[in-house]
Design a protein around this ligand. Structure first.
Ligand code: FAD
Length: 284
């Protein structure tokens, strides 16, 4: 873990592009609240196949105009090189130099695979077209990606993303710190000297967490699942217990030398702010 240590650690906040004018307004408030923590960047998700293309772009440009560093996500599955080039060009012209490069998952009913099969091909494409202009983040899976043929094949893919030019990584969320520590050890053994920032999912609603976790392959440890189940509809207790669990995880990660934390905020500042305050972190 020594290779990961960074002082001070960096923090970033993930947002998704809102669908309604109310959502846009709410997101502005969320950003104002989170901006107090002086994040390294805000990131904005992008629906594969271009489903959120315009909304992502609008949100990204608004954040950039507010003077924050913004890292747009870019999912390549279902897209042509021409589409991806056009998006990158808009970002480049707007002065954006940080991209989260992903494969994405095709929405059900959309059969077109497009010109990119894997995130590593997108990373290679960005480097080919823009040289070192962009800082490129990629996704890492300490508990392995659900479609991976094997743990080794998944790690080999991660390695390929770094070798084709990714600068750093953000992990899928997890509640078991050992999975992250093991992943970082694998990186060290493979000579991959890039920051791997843990992705942190605050616990809000049990049903929502189960749904996300089933799709993305993140494990909810049995003891956490059982406790959350036992609270039934008592959302206050779920959130209070979730705050304890997630704050404890963040403490453990930072103490062990994680280079920072990336929060999946789901466009709400409350839980992320509460975790931040409990961690007694300072804005740098
Ligand atoms: P890849 O790295 O391409 O891997 C996908 C799968 O293919 C893995 O199982 C891998 O092992 C396998 N694989 C890769 N290369 C090969 C090969 N050459 N041969 C055989 N198998 C191979 N999704 C969105 O749609 N929009 C977002 O904004 C978004 N943001 C995310 C942010 C983070 C930090 C994370 C962790 C995930 C995000 N996702 C997002 C979800 C992500 O798109 C999905 O997890 C998707 O299924 C995989 O994307 P990837 O970039 O990790 O794909």
């Amino acid at each position: 873990m020594e290779s990961q240590k960074k002082f001070p650690p960096t923090f970033s906040f993930e947002l998704f592009p809102p669908q309604t004018p109310e959502g846009v307004e709410k997101l502005r408030l969320t950003r104002q609240q989170l901006a107090r923590f002086n994040p390294k960047f805000f990131s904005v998700t992008f629906g594969a196949g271009g489903s959120t293309r315009e909304r992502t772009l609008e949100t990204v440009l608004e954040i950039q105009a507010e003077g924050h560093v913004v890292a747009p996500h870019l999912s390549c599955i279902g897209s042509t090189q021409q589409n991806i080039r056009a998006i990158l060009e808009k970002y480049y012209e707007a002065g954006i130099r940080h991209i989260v490069a992903l494969r994405g998952d095709l929405p059900s009913g959309m059969a077109q695979a497009g010109e990119f099969r894997y995130a590593s091909e997108l990373v290679a494409f960005i480097r080919q077209e823009y040289g070192s202009s962009f800082h490129i983040e990629v996704a890492a899976y300490p508990e392995y990606h659900p479609q991976a043929r094997s743990a080794q094949a998944d790690f080999d893919n991660f390695k390929r993303k770094i070798e084709t030019g990714a600068s750093s990584a953000i992990t899928q969320y997890f509640y078991n710190a050992d999975a992250y520590f093991h992943f970082v050890e694998l990186c060290e053994s493979a000579g991959l000297n890039i920051p791997v920032v843990p992705g942190i999912m605050p616990i809000n609603k049990f049903s929502q967490l189960v749904r996300f976790s089933d799709t993305c392959g993140a494990e909810i440890p049995r003891w956490i699942r059982k406790k959350l189940e036992s609270y039934g509809d008592d959302s206050e207790s779920i959130q209070a217990f979730g705050l304890d669990v997630v704050t404890g995880l963040c403490e453990q990660l930072l103490q062990a030398g994680a280079p920072g934390l990336h929060f999946y905020t789901l466009n709400s500042a409350n839980l992320t702010s509460a975790i931040w305050q409990r961690l007694n972190l300072h804005a740098h």
